[in-house]
Design a binder for this molecule. Structure first.
Ligand code: BGC
Length: 247
């Protein structure tokens, strides 16, 4: 099935058509900078431009960097607060599947990437502006986990260990890797996953920090789909009839 997947990020909104059975893009990715402020109306306008770019009238899946429960946006940690309470069907139109960005990336990684064929508990964490999480068991997702907000040393984990925190506090890779390791150890001790996948933009530089991280016999591997994971996962969710918006 061919579906248009759209990934809403802090700096760019990216879309591409996806073959959801093969798990790959069928046309080149198209990106538009995220409008500032990233209000719902401005983002919806950008999503429309991406649909027009692909002359698309088929199924669409969209990621959102917060909790989306029963078709309603519930949180907005790193985007404009006015998103909270928005009904996705009213903003993007009926039938557009909208899901959490890390959940989308995890769906793609578990189906076609680093978690492929893994039947146990898999924890995917994305390190970007915030920290996103997606939890799977037997390949099935528990949606909307928000593990980027657990407290470490009295602070939200994403304020210490996101890629944004690395840049904002000008942390060396060593120092930042120590923060990430402390966070991963905490998550391992809470969930005991049999695999942890590290994704998000920084995962393409995994060789700079993953070798510095030791979680004993819990494997920690980099994501492989990189900046395509959200797009592919959003399209897969739409193809699978991701929770229809509550009316
Ligand atoms: C949000 C998550 C999101 C993550 C990555 C966090 O601040 O609470 O829902 O998945 O950032 O964008």
């Amino acid at each position: 099935m061919e579906v248009l997947g759209i990934d809403i990020g802090g700096s760019g909104i990216k879309g591409a058509t996806v073959d959801t059975v093969a798990g790959r893009l069928t046309r080149e990715r198209f990106r538009i900078p995220t409008p500032v402020p990233s209000s719902p109306a401005a983002v919806a306008e950008t999503v429309k431009l991406i649909m027009e770019h692909f002359s698309w009238s088929g199924p669409v899946g969209v990621t959102y960097p917060g909790v989306v429960r029963d078709g309603v946006i519930r949180t907005a940690a790193n985007v404009d607060r006015s998103w909270i309470g928005v009904k996705t069907s009213e903003l993007f139109g009926e039938g557009v599947a909208v899901l959490n960005d890390a959940d989308a990336a995890g769906i793609a990684e578990v189906a076609f990437g680093a978690g492929r064929g893994h039947a146990g508990v898999v924890l995917m964490l994305t390190f970007g502006t915030g920290i996103g999480s997606a939890l799977f068991t037997g390949g099935r997702l528990v949606p909307n986990t928000e593990f980027g907000h657990v407290e470490i040393r009295g602070k939200e984990a994403e304020h210490r260990a996101s890629d944004h925190a690395r840049e904002a506090h000008d942390l060396s890779w060593e120092k930042w890797a120590a923060h990430v390791e402390e966070y991963l150890v905490h998550m391992r001790d809470l969930l005991w996953p049999s695999l942890i996948i590290v994704g998000g933009g920084v995962s393409k530089k995994a060789d700079r920090f993953l070798p510095l991280i030791d979680l004993g016999d819990t494997p920690v591997v980099p994501a492989v789909l990189l900046n395509e994971a959200g797009i592919i996962g959003a399209a897969m969710a739409a193809a699978a009839g991701h929770p229809a918006p509550a009316s």
